[in-house]
Ligand binder design. Structure first.
Ligand code: ADP
Ligand code: MG
Length: 527
C-alpha cells in the first residue's frame, strides 16, 4: 500500500518574469493546498500581482511551470485559467457600471444561449450569496454601489464560474474595518468548503488574522513560506523589508494653538458636477494633526483641492489666519502658507518631465529670493536651495538636473515634502501621503509630518488607512459622502469599530450616551 499525499491544488515552480527594465519574478515557487488561505506578503513592487497575473493567465511566464492538482497546465489566456478553476479579483475590478449586478455576473460567460435566463442567474446568485454570506442586491446597478459592494460583485462573479482557486489582490485596501470583517467571514467560508484562497496584502495584522500559511516576496524573489503559527508581526516585517523594522514612532503630546484654518459650510462639486463636499465645516489648529478618515472617494480629495485653492467652491468660506480666501487664486492660498501634498503625486503634485530643481521651483519661482530683476528666475539661488532640501529630506537622486521621473516613488514623495514643508507652512494638507510607499519611506513620511506639527504647522491628514490615522492624529474627523460624520476629540477613546461605522455613514451623535456629564465628553458630535 502506498501512502500517497494528494497533489497540492496549485504548484508553481521556478516562475520567471521580466518586464522592460524590471525583473518582476525570479525563480518563485508557490504551493496552495485545498482548504487553505495562503497569503502573498510583500512591499509594493515585490512581484505579487505579477505572480498572480501569471497564475490567472493574464501574463505568460518567461520560464517555470504551473501544476493544478498535479497536472501541468499552460494558460494562454485568462479563459484557460478560468476553465481550470482559477478566479482572480483584481485590485481594479472590471465591472460595467451601467449594468446591474446580475448582468455583470453573467457577462462574458461561455456557453450562454442567445438571451440570458435572468431568473435562473438571479437564483444562482442568491444561492452563492447565502452560502458565503455576501450581501449585495442583484438588481442594483453597479454605479450605485460602494467600492466594497463592487468588490463583492467581483467575488460573486468568480464563484459563479465555480472558481476552486480564488485569488484576491489587496482586497482590503478599499474596505472599512467592518467590510474587511465581512470579507474575512466569506474567505473562511470558502476555505471551509475546501477551496483554496490566495490572499495578497501588505498589512501585517490582517495577514496574521486570516492566513494559514504566508509566502513572503521581496524584490521579485521568494524569501520564505511559513505557517502562521511561526509568524509574528516583527518577523514578517523583517522578511518583507530585509532588515529590522521599528514600528513605534515617537509621538509626543502637543498643546495645539490657535485656529489657522477654518472651513465653514463648504459645498464643492466634483468632476461631473455632482456635489461631493456637502456643507462641510472644520477647524484646524496650530501644532495639531487633524486626521480625516474615510473610505477613499467620499469627497476628501475635492475638499483638499478646495482648501488649497485649486478647485472652485459653490458655497461656504475658507479662512486662513483670519483672512477669507474663497474665490481667490491659488497663489493667494500659497502666500498665506497653505501647502498641499496631493494624492496624485504625478499629475497635480510634481511634473515628472521637469528636473528636480524645476520641481522645487514650481511653487516658489515668483518669490523675491528666486527672481532676478523681477522678471527672471534666479536659477543659481534655486539650485542652492534645492541642494539643501534634497539633503534635509534625504531625496536619493542621480543629480539635481535629472528629471523627476528617474526617482523612485519614495524619493518622489520626499521631494514633494521638501517643496511643501521646508518653509514651515501654516497649514499642511496631506492626502494619502504614504500611499504606495515601502515601509521605510512610509515611516519617513509619518515622522516628517509629526515633526512639522511640532514645528507649529496645522496638519490635515487625509488617509483611508485607519492605522495611519490612529497613529498620527491628535483629533479625528470622519467624512462620508461629503458630509462630516463627527469629530473624535480623543483618538485614544475611539475604537476602530466606531470609526468604521462612521466611515460607513453613522453619525457620531448616535454613539453618544444620553447622560454624559457636562465637561466630560471625550467626543464631540457635529453641531
Ligand atoms: N505590465 C507591466 N509592465 C512593466 N513593468 C511591470 C508591469 N507589471 C509589473 N511591473 C513591474 O514589476 C515589478 C513588480 O510589480 P508587481 O507585481 O505589480 O508588484 P506588487 O504587486 O508586489 O506591488 C515592479 O517593478 C513593477 O513596476
Ligand atoms: Mg500589486
Amino acid at each position: 500500500m502506498s501512502l500517497s499525499v494528494p497533489a497540492p491544488l496549485v504548484m508553481m515552480r521556478g516562475i520567471e518574469k521580466s518586464f522592460v527594465g524590471a525583473k518582476a519574478n525570479s525563480d518563485i515557487d508557490l504551493d496552495l493546498r485545498r482548504g487553505e488561505v495562503h497569503t502573498l506578503l510583500g512591499e509594493n513592487g515585490a512581484g505579487k500581482s505579477t505572480l498572480m497575473n501569471i497564475l490567472s493567465g493574464l501574463y505568460t511566464p518567461d520560464d517555470g511551470s504551473i501544476f493544478i492538482e498535479g497536472e501541468e497546465r499552460k494558460f494562454r489566456t485568462p479563459r484557460d485559467a478560468i476553465s481550470a478553476g482559477i478566479g482572480m479579483v483584481h485590485q481594479h475590478f472590471m465591472l460595467v457600471p451601467t449594468q446591474t449586478v446580475w448582468e455583470n455576473v453573467a457577462l462574458g460567460l461561455e456557453d450562454q444561449p442567445f438571451s440570458l435566463d435572468k431568473n435562473s442567474i438571479i437564483a444562482k446568485v442568491r444561492d452563492i450569496q447565502e452560502r458565503y454570506g455576501i450581501h449585495v442586491d442583484p438588481h442594483a446597478y453597479v454605479w450605485q454601489l460602494s467600492i466594497g459592494e463592487q468588490q463583492r460583485v467581483a467575488i460573486i462573479k468568480t464563484l459563479y464560474r465555480k472558481a476552486d482557486i480564488l485569488i484576491l489582490d489587496e482586497p482590503t485596501s478599499v474596505l472599512t474595518p467592518q467590510e474587511t470583517k465581512a470579507l474575512f467571514q466569506t474567505i473562511r467560508q470558502i476555505r471551509q468548503e475546501k477551496h483554496g484562497v490566495i490572499f495578497i496584502s501588505h498589512k501585517l495584522d490582517e495577514v496574521i488574522d486570516i492566513s494559514d500559511r504566508i509566502t513572503i516576496l521581496r524584490k521579485g524573489r521568494k524569501v520564505a513560506t511559513i505557517p502562521v503559527q511561526n509568524a509574528s508581526k516583527e518577523s514578517l516585517a523583517e522578511m518583507m523589508v530585509g532588515r529590522r523594522v521599528v514600528f513605534q514612532i515617537g509621538k509626543t503630546l502637543q498643546n495645539p494653538g490657535k485656529v489657522v484654518l477654518k472651513a465653514k459650510d463648504l459645498v464643492v462639486r466634483g468632476g461631473r458636477g455632482i456635489v461631493c463636499v456637502d456643507k462641510f465645516s472644520l477647524e484646524l489648529r496650530q501644532r495639531e494633526i487633524l486626521g480625516l478618515a474615510g473610505v477613499s472617494g467620499n469627497g476628501q480629495e475635492e475638499l483638499c483641492d478646495a482648501l488649497a485653492g485649486i478647485r472652485q467652491i459653490d458655497d461656504g468660506a475658507i479662512v486662513v489666519d483670519g483672512v477669507e480666501l474663497q474665490g481667490k487664486p491659488s497663489r493667494e492660498f500659497q502666500k498665506k502658507g497653505v501647502s498641499y501634498i496631493p494624492a496624485d503625486r504625478i499629475g497635480t503634485g510634481l511634473v515628472t518631465g521637469m528636473n528636480i530643481r524645476e520641481n522645487i521651483a514650481l511653487r516658489k519661482y515668483w518669490r523675491k529670493e528666486f527672481t532676478r530683476f523681477r522678471f527672471f528666475v534666479h536659477w543659481e539661488n534655486i539650485a542652492g536651495r534645492t541642494g539643501q532640501l534634497v539633503e534635509r529630506y534625504s531625496v536619493v537622486n542621480p543629480g539635481l538636473g535629472f528629471p523627476a521621473r528617474m526617482l523612485s516613488g519614495g524619493n518622489l514623495q520626499k521631494l514633494m515634502l521638501a517643496r511643501e514643508l521646508a518653509d514651515d507652512p501654516r497649514v499642511v494638507l496631506a492626502v494619502q501621503p504614504s500611499w504606495g510607499l515601502d515601509v521605510s519611506a512610509t515611516l519617513f513620511v509619518r515622522e516628517t509630518l509629526l515633526e512639522q506639527r511640532d514645528r507649529g504647522s496645522g496638519v490635515l491628514l487625509v488617509s483611508d488607512d485607519l492605522e495611519e490615522i490612529l497613529s498620527l492624529s491628535d483629533r479625528i474627523a470622519v467624512i462620508h459622502k461629503g458630509k462630516l460624520m463627527g469629530i473624535v476629540e480623543d483618538p485614544d477613546s475611539a475604537s476602530e469599530e466606531q470609526l468604521g461605522l462612521m466611515m460607513a455613514g453613522t453619525s457620531l451623535a448616535e454613539f453618544l450616551p444620553d447622560d454624559v456629564p457636562p465637561g466630560h465628553v471625550p467626543v464631540r458630535a457635529v453641531p
